[in-house]
Design a protein around this ligand. Structure first.
Ligand code: CA
Length: 238
């Protein structure tokens, strides 16, 4: 089946170049100059499904970040590659916090874009395969059910995003050992380990609110100073 990429980019010249190159790689490409019609396209159930969204942040009308927020709010987990201008580091941090999967800073080279696109599409197709998620596991009073994207604590179920679950699953896989920030960035976000972002710490804080009795004095999800994070071992946990 065709792999479809939706490109939202208002710079006509760049959009044309990207489309040409992505089509040359065998992808179907749909281009929109603005966020609103792109969202309508994504929400139209009768249209062929989109496999990847390449989304410029600075757009006329609603911004790329607003588009992303709307998508994730609607629980749409479509892989998103953000395109940003060089001087908008805060946009990158916000974008990653909102659930973007990767970003590229303009100007970028086409081979790099093509490599990122391939990685995101490959990761998405792996995530669709069965058996890549761990079985249910326990953290303190919480039970994590990866297949349902849910965490249950004291009888209350809470939904987990794909990134929250990815982070918990990685720490669970390496339970008892410290996992570095860089490794988390690479494994969960697909980012270069040296990427300057606080996204990992932001997500850890969010997870602590879900699983820790006192999030400011964590008992289960511990910081390892100047390195990363560790999920404590729990004897007899399932
Ligand atoms: Ca733009």
């Amino acid at each position: 089946m065709d792999t479809r990429i939706l490109l939202v980019e208002d710079e006509e010249h760049l959009a044309r170049g990207l489309r040409f190159n992505l089509e040359a790689e065998g992808y179907r490409v749909e281009v929109f100059e603005r966020g609103e019609p792109a969202l309508e396209r994504l929400e139209r159930a009768s249209a062929p499904p989109i496999d990847l969204l390449v989304l410029d942040i600075m757009l006329p009308g609603i911004s790329g970040l607003k588009v992303l927020r709307r998508l994730r709010k609607a629980n749409n987990q479509l892989p998103v590659l953000l395109l940003t201008a060089r001087d908008t580091e805060q946009d990158i941090v916000d974008g990653l916090d909102m659930g973007a999967d990767d970003y590229l800073t303009k100007p970028f080279s086409l081979p790099v874009l093509q490599a990122r696109v391939r990685t995101l599409l490959r990761r998405a197709s792996h995530a669709d395969e069965e058996g890549t998620l761990p079985g249910p596991f326990r953290i303190g009073e919480s039970h994590v059910y990866p297949d349902r994207f849910e965490l249950e604590r004291n009888g209350v179920s809470m939904p987990l995003t794909a990134k929250e679950l990815g982070l918990l699953s990685l720490l669970q896989e390496r339970r008892g050992s410290a996992v570095s920030r860089g490794e988390i960035l690479r494994e969960v976000w697909g980012l270069h380990p040296q990427t300057r972002t606080r996204v990992v710490d932001t997500f850890i804080l969010r997870l602590r609110k879900l699983i820790e009795p006192d999030p400011s004095h964590p008992r289960y999800l511990l910081s390892v100073r100047a390195f990363g994070y560790r999920l404590i071992e729990e004897p007899g946990s399932v």
